[in-house]
Design a protein around this ligand. Structure first.
Ligand SMILES: Cc1cc2nc3c(=O)[nH]c(=O)nc-3n(C[C@H](O)[C@H](O)[C@H](O)COP(=O)(O)OP(=O)(O)OC[C@H]3O[C@@H](n4cnc5c(N)ncnc54)[C@H](O)[C@@H]3O)c2cc1C
Length: 391
């Protein structure tokens, strides 16, 4: 039985692990974190490929998302200025992570196992872990995220670049919002376009997975510009003076930035969106980065998901891209009758093409909103999707 080592046990690594395990491979996952992973950004949009494992592989009972049926753009008074009926599914990051973890095997998911390097051998690979262990395999899949150790070894100098803006993220239980606001949000995904900025608001399941109206969580994502000339560094320095890389967790943002953001929200946001934002006292911040590689396969080592391509979140496709890489690997292995080298040769060009197209699209969307100020209410191309708007 061929042995596959997966470095990085988040959504990309776990999806790869369950799919290849189901094909009959001997799979082990090595995750750097010493504890099960925690939500970083709250709500996520779930594209079909992200929950394909649950819908197609006999795990439909673990389906992990709720459906919203409408899109609406509102102006600053809250009046709907464009609307469309379109179905998308939403969930919490942890809900998807937990469901994947439950579908894998506990004794093959190793926490506190940091990849620090690897060596290629004749027809295989040896993974080196931080605690001195070495593990041999036929294939090493590196799903170790945007700050990938594997990428820094394989492609030194290919690093994420800051896009010039961040996502402020707010969550509020529906139970804490007024009836007026809940009526305005209904089962819709609500956008408001602002000056060189935009915000979107949607419901996600609560922490226990409840999707019942009244028990859900309302999640807001507000894209705001902080040029890399000092403003970004100041924002990403926490209340203890520590500079954070990509995420400012709840409770860590300095008061002057919170005050400015809440003050701006009170001034410019439509009433229901304003209420969602102002009800959340401890938002978090995710900086937006771009990343593109020109190689994903290096002998018997490959990089996938965020380790290879960092997408701006406007098409909600970060998880979907990681899952698409995993599904494509499974398909390539089947097409190549499990010949690893032939499978990797088939897999890489397709995933490079997909990654490049997705980066180009998300960069163009982000620039429309944050730089050129030309985002248009109801734009049919401003839709979630990995391969194209809506898909
Ligand atoms: C804890 C966590 C919470 C997140 N929360 C959200 C969210 O709420 N909303 C959202 O939209 N997106 C979130 N994301 C990002 C989203 O899941 C990813 O962008 C996307 O799914 C791509 O996944 P990935 O598996 O390629 O990379 P990532 O999800 O970034 O996972 C990389 C994994 O590799 C591990 N790792 C890193 N270096 C090493 C190493 N040297 N050895 C072993 N393991 C290593 C990391 O600990 C991490 O678990 C989160 C990611 C993580 C890790």
């Amino acid at each position: 039985m061929k042995r596959v080592l997966v470095a990085g046990g988040s959504i990309g690594g776990l999806t790869t692990a369950v799919l290849l395990r189901d094909l009959g491979y001997d799979v082990e996952v090595f995750e750097r974190s010493s504890r099960e992973l925690q939500e970083r950004g709250t709500g996520i949009v779930v594209l079909p490929i992200t929950e394909r494992y649950f819908t197609e592989c006999g795990h439909d009972d673990q389906r992990v998302s709720l459906e919203l049926t409408d899109w609406a753009y509102v102006d600053s008074s809250g009046t709907v200025i464009a609307a469309d009926a379109d179905r998308f599914r939403f969930s919490g990051w942890s809900t998807i992570y937990r469901a994947l973890l439950d579908a894998f095997d506990d004794d093959r998911y190793h926490l506190d196992s940091e990849m620090i390097g690897f060596e290629q051998t004749d027809g295989g690979v040896v993974l080196r872990l931080g605690d001195g262990r070495s593990v041999e395999g036929d294939l090493l899949v590196c799903a170790d995220g945007l700050a990938s150790t594997a990428r820094s070894i394989l492609l030194p100098g290919t690093d994420p670049t800051y896009a010039g803006y961040v996502a402020w993220r707010f969550v509020t239980p529906e139970s804490e919002l007024t009836g007026e606001t809940l009526d305005a949000l209904r089962d819709a995904m609500i956008y408001q376009i602002l000056d060189h900025s935009h915000i979107l608001v949607y419901a996600i399941p609560d922490i226990d997975g409840s999707t019942s109206p009244g028990e859900r969580i309302i999640n807001a994502v507000w894209y705001r510009n902080y040029p890399d000339d000092g403003a970004f560094g100041a924002l990403m320095t926490d209340i203890e003076g520590r500079r954070r890389a990509g995420t400012m967790p709840p409770g860590s943002i300095r008061p002057e930035f919170l005050e400015e953001t809440f003050e701006t929200a009170a001034r410019v946001l439509a009433p229901p969106l304003r209420e969602v934002v102002l009800s959340c006292r401890e938002p978090l911040i995710q900086a937006i980065f771009d990343l593109e590689v020109d190689q994903m396969v290096f002998g018997r080592v490959l990089i996938l998901g965020d380790a290879a391509f960092g997408l701006r979140p406007h098409v909600a496709a970060g998880q979907a891209k990681a899952c698409a890489d995993a599904w494509a690997l499974r398909d390539a292995l089947l097409e190549a009758d499990h010949d690893l080298d032939r499978a990797l040769a088939r897999w890489e060009p397709r995933q490079l093409t997909l990654g490049r197209a997705a980066v180009a699209n998300t960069v163009a969307m982000g620039e429309r909103s944050q730089v050129h100020n030309t985002m248009v209410a109801g734009d049919p191309n401003w839709k979630f999707g990995l391969w194209e708007p809506g898909n």
